[in-house]
Ligand binder design. Sequence first.
Ligand code: XMP
Length: 463
Amino acid sequence: MKSQEIVFVLDLGGQQSQLVARRIREAGVYCEILPFHGSIQQIKAKKPKGLIITSDNSEACIESAVNSKELYELGVPVLFVGQGAQEISMQLGGKAIKAEETGSAAVFGDAENKLFGIEFQPESFETELDSRILRAFLLQACSCKGNWTMANYARQSIEYYKEQIGNRKVLCALSGGVDSSVAAVLLHKAIGSNLICIFVDHGLLRKNEADQVEKTFREQFNLNLIRVNAQKRFLDRLKGIVDPETKRIIIGEEFIRVFEEEAEKIGAVDYLVQGTIYSDVIESGFGDKATIKSHHNVGGLPEHIEFKEIIEPLKSLFKDEVRKLGEELGIPRELVWRQPFPGPGLAVRVIGEVTEDKLEILREADAIFRDEVAKAGLDQEIWQYFAVLTNMRSVGVSDGRRTYDYTIALRAVTSMDAMSADWARIPFDVLDRTSKRIVNEVRNVSRVVYDITGKPPATIEWE
Ligand code: XMP
């Protein structure tokens, strides 16, 4: 990509590097996170406008920061952020100045040597680190222009891939999820029909979802799309399987198999697209090997497809930036802002054996719940909300007759990152409407329960 102004966040410890990086980008400056102990040559080569060091206050962190003279000799402004900032700044000869803002921040500065530091109480870090502080450092101390926008990024990426790929062929597994959709549309804008997308319909998507994916990408974006109707194959392989992990493995393997079969018909391609995003890169520990994100978190990369290289067009973007890029590219809002959906789909929301009959019941109940949550205007507040078909039947009464039908569980959680979650306090009347509609409109369901367990100990999915 064209050279652009860049700031590095050097991660020395603590939890804050990603948060800081996102705030820098929000201030219109492109930045990347590097491990603090990485190569100084790598930093130098990109001629950064500034360095931000995030740290905790352990002795090792402080010692490393204080002794890294070669960093300060680059002559680039440095800002220390985080728990160790005060100690590091003091040891480097910084002096405390009284901040204008009230609150719990401490600010340090040595304008001559271009060294600065800010420290907050850990619990107030997120709210206190507002963009004014970073903006002042970036725009004044580092003289950044602050004109990095998603519109520019989209334009530059399209130009870059147009030039890099030229007339060669690219293969992409389109799942209908946010990442693969954005990657596909971006590349389509760059290389048109030389991008070939394979959409494997495994029959485990939500109500009408597969048709919507096909319609959106074929009709609206004119993508070169191959839809493979593999529902029966997946169901056949899932017959009799009750263990959740076995279900995942089977689905992952079958996906790869179907994808490879289709790819074989196309023949050799030059590139394979991966929807890797920036957090995957960071979480993989900044290794120099390409980060491999499998479609279903199991199964890995296809082995029998001939390709020369992997393309990862979203590799430098955080999830919310991927969504913004998607909007910029004209992908419908409901697709770009959709809730996370697991690769193995409804197979891990039908407890026990998966059958078409159970999937049908679950799809209807789930559609009603999503409809009611959206009508109540809660869909953007809740991280994930869905129905689960428990394998449990219970006694009910309908039209004066005894019934013995399924129990549907409703699950809705709030979360920042899916690592932990709380059950969503959905108003009773929304739950009431949902429950009444489900038992009235969906066959073979006589009871609806709401899951009020946080994560931990319960996971978000039931399987
Ligand atoms: P749990 O259930 O572990 O889920 O609390 C955390 C997040 O991951 C999603 N999830 C999956 N995503 N393949 C995926 O692509 C999977 O096998 C899978 N299992 C869980 C889940 O929906 C939640 O967002």
